[in-house]
Design a protein around this ligand. Structure first.
Ligand SMILES: Cc1c2[nH]c(c1CCC(=O)O)Cc1[nH]c(c(CCC(=O)O)c1C)Cc1[nH]c(c(CCC(=O)O)c1C)Cc1[nH]c(c(C)c1CCC(=O)O)C2
Length: 364
């Protein structure tokens, strides 16, 4: 797809400069930063009382389709924590719901699909969104970009493997047995499904970028269930298609999965500009793995173990120092957790983390 680079026509020149020079975008480009930027995966959500209040009586997927709620929920953690980026409030299964795939998000469980994909006939409903299917996404992103000013908005989508796992298993899974059985037992069906899901991600991310998102993150949360060999054969080409299709927009492309220590090099090579790292591999070691094939180092994101948020400040603080020191091995470091904010996290602890990372990393 040939794209014209996005220009933020709705923004004043000053706001556009502030955005482009924001700590998050500087770090994502591997340029010097005034301080290490911080945001948290799942920063909007159940850990915030103001989120629980506004979500009352509305299902997760309904909320994603209402710009008033999307805008407010996306801004809540920016206001409360002063994070360096906002992440769009949506879900990885929203673009499937928007084209009529019969699914819901069950509270405390996750996405549940009515008719799991078992044969080529089941692929029919799985098609990319058009902008008209998700006009509420365009509306929400535009409102957010104008309200956020110099704070970047991260758009996101689920990567083909992670979204396929919900479609094939019918819901959350521990072992991904049906997904792996399809890959190896019916590779033609697997590749047809993953290729469609690449197109789904491309279409959904393009809508967000064209509406003004400053960066995108492709979540392959569950790819860590795969061996490097299976990842390379069955997943990497499809994720690579997504990154390649978005390249001409010129926005940073982040890539993240849990338990992906053995896959960091392959996920980087898929075309990520910034590689997300969970807590299992230190950031300096992550840089070694990303560059092991001879490629240049690139910015990394991570990697505080979310469990540490419950350990008390005297346990957290030395970890921040360690992570900031190890992050210096990369040309850019975006501070984050190694996975999402747990629902029972004390918001005060997250505020303390943001302020401490900023204070410790501010250039004299
Ligand atoms: C695997 C995955 C999903 N969704 C997502 C992923 C990839 C990120 C990851 O690895 O955590 C991505 C996602 N989902 C949500 C966001 C919003 C932005 C943010 O990070 O703050 C993002 C980036 C909102 C949400 N998505 C969901 C919630 C909880 C809904 C609620 O409040 O009831 C939120 C805030 C639901 C959801 N949706 C999904 C799960 C596993 C769940 C949790 C189920 C539960 O424990 O209730 C699928």
């Amino acid at each position: 797809m040939g794209h014209v680079p996005v220009t933020q026509t709705s923004q004043s020149p000053t706001a556009t400069d502030a955005l482009s020079e924001s700590a998050f975008l500087l770090a994502a480009r591997g340029e010097p930063v005034p301080h290490t930027p911080v945001w948290f995966m799942r920063q909007a959500g159940r850990s915030l009382p103001e989120y629980r209040a506004i979500r009352e009586g509305t299902t997760m997927l309904e909320s994603c389709m209402r710009p008033d709620l999307v805008v407010e929920i996306t801004l809540q953690p920016v206001r409360r924590y002063g994070v360096d980026a906002a992440i769009f409030f949506s879900d990885i299964v929203l673009p499937l719901k928007a084209v009529g795939v019969d699914l819901e998000i069950k509270p405390g469980v996750g996405p549940v699909v009515a008719t799991p994909v078992r044969s080529a006939a089941d692929l029919g409903p799985v098609r990319p969104v058009t902008p008209a299917d998700v006009s509420y996404v365009t509306d929400s992103v535009k409102q957010l970009v104008s309200q956020l000013g110099g704070t970047p908005l991260i758009g996101f989508a689920g990567a083909p493997f992670t979204v396929a796992s919900y479609l094939v298993e019918g819901g959350p899974s521990k072992d991904y047995a049906k997904t792996k059985a399809m890959m190896h037992g019916d590779p033609a069906l697997w590749h047809a499904l993953a290729d469609r899901l690449a197109d789904v991600a491309i279409a959904y991310l393009s809508v967000q970028i064209e509406a003004g998102a400053s960066a995108i993150q492709l979540f392959d949360s569950w790819a860590g269930a795969l061996s490097p060999r299976d990842y390379a054969e069955f997943v990497q080409p499809h994720s690579a298609k997504v990154f390649a299709a978005l390249e001409s927009y010129g926005v940073p492309r982040l890539h993240f999965g849990v338990n992906t220590g053995e896959l960091l090099g392959l996920m980087s090579a898929a075309g990520a500009d910034v590689v997300g790292v969970d807590w299992r591999v230190p950031l300096d070691e992550a840089v070694r793995r990303i560059t092991a094939d001879g490629s240049s180092p690139k910015p990394v994101q991570g990697n505080l173990d979310p469990a540490l948020l419950f350990a008390g400040w005297s346990a957290i603080e030395p970890q921040l120092d360690r992570i900031l020191a190890e992050g210096k091995a990369a040309p850019g470091h975006i501070f984050n957790l190694g996975h999402g904010v747990p629902p029972n996290t004390d918001p005060e602890v997250l505020l303390q983390v943001v302020q401490a990372v900023h204070a410790k990393s501010t250039r004299a």
